[in-house]
Design a protein around this ligand. Structure first.
Ligand code: HEM
Length: 158
């Protein structure tokens, strides 16, 4: 190391290596662990789960019984009377939102050039994701089909 310039030469990198000048101003990437690897695995895993959840949802709603003609307020009320479909729809919401969130996060990281733009877009993304997950989950579990006292739905007149 030169005492005056603070530079050193890497002599330990093997015979073919190009000597790399190091300076005290050299940028060192912060180690980020395996975060992006796990984020990639998450996209694959949630992709498979979404295939089952989304196509199961479409099959039950559109192929069984009267199909699309049966879908109305009462149909939703009937489905959400069952904890099974409440949990199914909640998982579809959470995995869909988190998968979409992580996918858009990757796209924002890939395409934004300025730090400010990146932080604004990711901030909006977090807000939209949290808002949708909280509101959607509340709707699924607090939904009351008989909130209207004059409702004529069969579940309300029993
Ligand atoms: C059957 C359902 C789905 C499957 C099987 C699926 C599968 C995948 C896979 C494997 C990737 C990673 C692609 C890559 O890294 O090259 C991906 C990326 C992505 N997915 Fe999905 N996905 C599904 C539904 C959704 C839904 C519902 C949304 C939106 C809410 C969504 C939004 C995204 C986004 C934004 C990306 C990132 C694209 C990119 O990196 O260019 N996906 N999806």
């Amino acid at each position: 190391m030169s005492a005056t310039t603070g530079e050193s030469t890497n002599y330990h990198a093997g015979p073919d290596a190009v000597a790399v000048k190091k300076s005290r101003y050299r940028r060192v990437a912060k180690p980020r662990g395996n975060f992006e690897l796990w984020s990639w695995v998450f996209m694959r895993a949630t992709g498979v789960l979404l295939l089952v959840l989304i196509f199961g949802h479409l099959f039950v709603n559109l192929m069984l019984g009267e199909g699309i003609h049966a879908i109305d307020f009462g149909f939703v009320a009937g489905k959400w009377a069952s904890p099974f479909w409440q949990v199914w729809d909640m998982l579809m919401l959470w995995f869909g939102m988190l998968h979409g969130f992580n996918g858009v996060r990757t796209i924002v990281n890939d395409y934004t050039e300025k730090d400010g733009t990146r932080w604004v877009l990711k901030g909006l993304l977090v807000l939209a994701t949290v808002f949708s997950i909280v509101l959607g989950t509340l709707v699924i579990f607090t939904f009351d089909p008989c909130i209207d006292p004059s409702s004529t739905l069969s579940v309300c007149t029993r």
